[in-house]
Design a protein around this ligand. Sequence first.
Ligand SMILES: Cc1cc2nc3c(=O)[nH]c(=O)nc-3n(C[C@H](O)[C@H](O)[C@H](O)COP(=O)(O)O)c2cc1C
Length: 181
Amino acid sequence: MDFETVVKSRRSIRRFEDREIPREAMEKIVDVARFAPSWKNTQIVRYIVVADPELRCALATPECVFDFKYNLRTLEGATAIVLLTYVKGRSGFEKDGSYSTPTGSGWQNFDAGIAAQTFCLAAEDQGIGTVILGYFDEEAVRKVIDLPEDQALGAIIACGYPAESPEAPKRKEVAELLTYR
Ligand SMILES: Cc1cc2nc3c(=O)[nH]c(=O)nc-3n(C[C@H](O)[C@H](O)[C@H](O)COP(=O)(O)O)c2cc1C
């Protein structure tokens, strides 16, 4: 797929086929995602793939998603749940632990966001559907999956082969988004 097609055809997918994602496909996706830019090339993002059906079930609970029904259903159907984590205290930080800029710790989530989109686009290119989930309770997730202490959970990405092809939600026009000074 050419770049514009990948970007414009990617949709958030919330219904998936009952078909596992091969490890090679996931490795290919991360191989592409690792080229996402990051603060001073700190490369803080990690991808923890939860493929084990029992663990996936344990994540698809009201506790883990603040009882957000939409996400519950999505997680129940996903064949891989990717926990996108980041190593804390590096992106946007000086070596002495102070913030590099007034944005403070916000650069960590900025890096996580770029990585998440790169991951989702790489998945789209492989025919694999994704949806980024922002409604999650990190502490509840930690009770299910033993996340490294030095990492925070940036996003959950539900993945699988698409069982739906939704229309693109309406986008703002270029004229509304782009200004020159
Ligand atoms: C940071 C972020 C958090 C999101 N959280 C959720 C979520 O919790 N549940 C969900 O179903 N979709 C979630 N989405 C998906 C958006 O709803 C979706 O990207 C948007 O409606 C545009 O649709 P599209 O991705 O198909 O272009 C999230 C997207 C982003 C970028």
